[in-house]
Design a protein around this ligand. Structure first.
Ligand code: SF4
Ligand code: SF4
Ligand code: SF4
Length: 322
């Protein structure tokens, strides 16, 4: 009898997980968050490409840049950023790879960290962009409007994790000031904005669950619920939390059995391209604006926006669509 009950619950759990792997719809309106449980991620060692990374690339490939070549550097720079010949690169963030699995070995233990935009509560990238190309959505995610991004990379400069990645030879700067401004278009995870707006979970979240079922690494849901679950688990399981205080709070929480101080120290030692600093000040929350002098005057900005709007009207839907 006892065995039967156990079997019954096993089947029930399996069926629940199966139901969850299908394209789930939700009607919740409000801010979302993602919980990323590092105790569960094995980096998809048995796969040629991690499932979540593959799903992200598949979901977003229609928005990947198609640069016009030859690419010209713009004044006064002598170089430009071109990832178009490295589209297959999956071990770092690029304009063609908005999520990657960072590998860190600590005390003989391998840790796999899915890295993507943190979707900050007070996003410096949104406030720092002089062209207003970034916005924070009602769902709490930050999105780059590729059609008005000049690729000046201010968003990356002010991002504590340097997440947005630039591709040259594409974007509105080519039409307006090809030799004097911008330098491409910036790309990053937008939390699958289109999907969550139509009530579907992000592609990476679904893909991981298809593989790991109830042991999935990602959990996506209403922000309050995700925060509550993370806090409960650190209390009950003695885990460590990252993302709740950094940069004034974010919509991406990491849980780890290893203290984040150790992870931060290891990433520093490795000189990793993407770090996980524990102390992250939010310059805008503290009302210090380092770009005060650099932001274009309202007049210039207005004129540029007007020109951009006119060009965009003609070129609508042509931009960066394969
Ligand atoms: S998060 Fe999930 S899908 Fe992604 S690498 Fe880890 S186990 Fe694989
Ligand atoms: S992580 Fe960086 S790119 Fe993402 S919202 Fe925060 S500041 Fe912006
Ligand atoms: S939320 Fe969407 S865009 Fe962001 S990493 Fe996941 S699949 Fe990619």
């Amino acid at each position: 009898m006892d065995l039967n009950r156990r079997q019954f619950f096993k089947v029930l759990t399996g069926l629940t997980a199966l139901a969850l792997t299908s394209k789930q719809g939700f009607s919740y309106k409000g801010k979302f968050a993602t919980l990323i449980d590092l105790t569960k991620c094995d980096g998809c060692k048995d796969e040629s490409i991690p499932r979540c990374v593959k799903a992200c690339r598949e979901e977003n490939k229609h928005r990947f840049p198609e640069p016009k070549k030859p690419i010209m550097p713009y004044w006064p720079r002598k170089t430009y950023e071109d990832w178009s010949d490295k589209r297959d690169k999956i071990d770092t963030l690029t304009p063609y790879n908005w999520l990657f699995i960072q590998k860190v070995e600590i005390d003989g233990q391998q840790i796999y960290i899915p890295r993507r935009c943190m979707h900050c509560d007070t996003p410096p990238c949104v406030k720092g962009c002089p062209f207003g190309a970034l916005s924070q959505q009602p769902e709490g995610n930050t999105v780059i409007d590729h059609s008005i991004c000049f690729g000046g990379a201010k968003c990356r400069d002010v991002c504590p994790w340097h997440i947005p990645q630039r591709q040259a030879g594409v974007g509105i700067y080519l039409k307006l000031m090809p030799k004097f401004a911008g330098g491409g278009v910036m790309y990053k995870c937008d939390l699958c904005d289109a999907r969550i707006k139509r009530g579907e979970e992000p592609a990476c979240v679904v893909a991981c669950r298809e593989r790991l079922r109830e042991k999935a690494v990602y959990k996506f849901g209403p922000r309050e619920e995700i925060y509550a679950e993370a806090r409960k688990r650190i209390k009950e399981e003695g885990l460590y939390l990252y993302g709740d205080t950094q940069n004034g709070g974010t919509a991406t929480l990491y849980l780890s059995a290893i203290p984040f101080e150790k992870i931060e120290a290891k990433l520093k030692e490795m000189k990793a391209r993407f770090q996980m600093p524990l102390k992250v000040r939010n310059i805008y929350k503290e009302e210090i604006n380092p770009f005060g002098k650099m932001i274009l005057s309202a007049g210039v900005l207005g004129a540029l926006t007007g020109i951009a709007g006119a060009v965009l009207e003609k070129k609508e839907n042509e931009e960066e669509v394969k």
